[in-house]
Design a protein around this ligand. Structure first.
Ligand code: SAM
Length: 279
């Protein structure tokens, strides 16, 4: 590896618990960076100490980002500037997006140093489908806001991944059961740390268990399985179409039943026309 780094912005993932998870490239970049922009310099100082790195640090977090961004960008034009957050991959429910966007706009090279990310780590141990997933960050803290977001996610045919806190977890699971249905979920807690745990079950059962046990400690990723694909018989589809046609146009009825059953909208349109005797 070269002794110096070309100028630019380096997005560096750091461990989410186990310091052994720092990548060789990440350690190398932190060693050679001329400036490290850290979410919390005290947290990053511990990692740097572990790596035996002494480098100038500056803070970059949600509350000072707009103010310090222009200077960081100016420095990244002539120096290697590394961005790290407290744990995991910057930009993933963490600061960095506006900095990366502005760097591109100013022609500054942006390089990624991929590594730990709690959402991805959780999916690898959840035992839920990984072919399609939607990462939705933190849900709103209260039931009203949470329900609204869950309603938006209800139709998504993919595994859903959320960051959550112990004190909110039981309420969150109860809302998931109420809005999304009693889906399979996995609670991935304290990943890569001493008390790493994966707890699997139905959202409703786990919500009730947590109410009885009290809130779990530590950091949590909640993985929610996709909606169970129902198979609909021809009779069931026709019954739904007839019910929809009582109040909707042929086009709207076909659209609604397509959303409900996952069927093809054009085929349902033809079937609905047949049912109204207009073919
Ligand atoms: N950017 C980070 C990443 O790549 O994972 C996430 C930052 S976000 C502010 C912090 C949240 O990530 C925590 O509240 C928790 O939901 C999740 N998290 C972080 N470390 C974790 C761990 N070791 N085990 C489980 N969840 C973790």
């Amino acid at each position: 590896m070269n002794d110096t780094l070309p100028p630019g912005l380096y997005i560096v993932a750091t461990p989410i618990g186990n310091l052994g998870d720092i990548t060789i490239r990440a350690a190398d970049v932190l060693r050679k960076a001329e400036l490290i922009a850290a979410e919390d310099t005290r947290v990053t100082a511990k990692l740097l100490q572990h790596l035996g790195v002494r480098a100038p640090m500056t803070s970059y977090h949600d509350h000072n980002a707009d103010r310090v961004r222009p200077d960081l960008l100016e420095q990244a034009k002539t120096k290697a500037v590394a961005l790290v957050t407290d744990a995991g991959t910057p930009l993933i429910s963490d600061p960095g997006y506006k900095l990366v966007r502005a760097a591109h706009e100013e022609g500054i090279a942006v390089t990624t140093l991929p590594g730990p990310c709690a959402a991805v780590a959780a999916m690898t141990v959840a035992g839920l489908p990984t072919d399609r997933f939607l990462f939705a960050g933190f849900l709103p803290p209260k039931t009203a806001g949470r329900t609204k977001v869950l309603e938006e996610l209800k139709q998504v045919r993919a595994t859903l991944v959320f960051y959550e806190t112990g004190p909110r977890l039981a309420d969150c699971l109860a809302d998931i059961a109420a809005v999304l249905g009693d889906r399979e979920v996995a609670i991935a807690r304290e990943l890569t740390k001493l008390h790493e745990e994966v707890r699997r079950g139905r959202a409703g059962d786990l919500a009730r268990a947590l109410v009885a046990e009290g809130p779990p400690r530590g950091e949590i990723v909640l993985v929610v399985g996709p909606p169970v694909e129902e198979t609909f018989s021809q009779e069931a589809i026709e019954a739904r179409l007839k019910a929809a046609l009582a109040t909707l146009s042929v086009k709207e009825a076909a659209k609604q039943v397509a959303a409900e059953t996952g069927g093809n909208r054009q085929e349902l349109y033809k079937l609905a026309l047949g049912l109204t005797g207009r073919t």
